[in-house]
Design a protein around this ligand. Structure first.
Ligand SMILES: [Zn+2]
Length: 323
């Protein structure tokens, strides 16, 4: 019933966040945790293999900021004499492509790395980036998740701690301003949304907002309930992103087309809120999870948002869990 692995993997942005959805699509049905685990373990290997051969594409934005697409989540890069600053690290096996792309942006070494949250497709590259000199900053909960065995219930899977050097050495729990390469940079923790350790990063003069995985551009998002995420948190984070943006702000989503704007973000927020209300009404009326999926509460949005690995049924399940 589902798409074959190779078809899924030929899509861009294939990532860790999407594994459960992919496992669902591959088997065409609900998985027990142990089946999901077996699928997910196979998919981690496939994701890595896929990333190893995927190109990394740079998109120049404004004010020495570029976004890179092709290694897990979208990576922002600020260049300049204080050394490059990266927002998210991608997947480790992309090192050769990222090294080449980064050197094409200028001779400055990588000096700073911010993780928007703990997920593999955003933090797996921490180790090699630290080894070439990056100081790593993240939310305190991100450091906690990267330092400990991290159990994700949906996958019945234990993720091992990262090596010592790959653990963020600086953590924040409140807004933090940095001045690097002439840019005013602000890191802002969200309330729990996609996880409990999400950060946004803004580049003031260039008017760019990296929203991490609180924003998926044009595709249904994953929500990680195992580490504090929720549908209501995603909606609240979308409202915070909208409040922080103007019509000229460039918005970088964690996944999906890497250069976005307030109008597309608004569509995302409205899609989340509409599906949340429909699923909540069904749950309140006593429908089980399977009955709610069968009622297709996402139908009006599927043509636009349901074309990626978080498919309509899986997204319905994620929303159902949180209402
Ligand atoms: Zn994520």
């Amino acid at each position: 019933m589902g798409l074959p692995h190779n078809q899924l993997l030929s899509r861009r942005h294939f990532c860790f966040c999407c594994m459960t959805g992919a496992a669902f699509a591959v088997t065409g049905g609900w998985l027990t945790p142990r089946q999901a685990f077996a699928e997910a373990r196979g998919l981690v290997t496939l994701i890595k293999d896929s990333a190893a051969s995927s190109p990394v594409t740079p998109y120049k934005l404004r004010g020495n900021v570029t976004v890179l697409e092709g290694s897990g989540g979208n990576i922002a890069v600020l260049t300049g004499p204080d050394g490059k600053l990266l927002v998210d690290a991608g997947i480790g096996v992309s090192r050769p492509q990222l090294t080449k792309t980064l050197s094409g942006l200028g001779p400055d070494p990588v000096a700073h790395l911010i993780n928007t949250h703990w997920h593999f497709d955003h933090a797996d590259g921490n180790d090699w980036l630290h080894s070439i000199g990056a100081r790593i900053i993240a939310h305190e909960n991100t450091r906690k998740h990267l330092s400990e065995v991290q159990r994700v219930e949906d996958w019945d899977y234990n993720f091992l701690p990262l090596p010592a050097g790959a653990i963020p050495s600086e953590v924040i729990s409140a807004n933090r301003a940095l001045k690097l390469n002439g840019a005013s940079i602000e890191l802002k923790p969200y309330k729990p949304a996609h996880t409990d350790g999400d950060l946004s990063v803004t580049f003031g003069e260039a008017d760019i907002l990296h929203a991490g995985d609180t924003y998926w551009n044009g595709i249904y998002p994953f929500i990680d309930y195992s580490t504090g995420g929720s549908i209501d948190g995603m909606i609240a984070a979308s409202d915070a992103n909208l409040a922080a943006a103007t019509d000229s702000t460039i918005i970088i989503p964690g996944h999906g087309k890497p250069v976005s704007n307030k109008s597309e973000l608004k569509d995302f927020r409205n899609m989340l809120a509409d599906i949340r209300d429909k699923v909540a009404a069904l749950k309140k009326a006593g429908r089980t999870q399977q009955e709610t999926v069968a009622a297709k509460p996402t139908a009006a949005h599927d043509a636009k948002w349901g074309q990626f690995v978080i498919d309509p049924a899986f997204f319905t399940k994620l929303v159902y869990e949180g209402v």
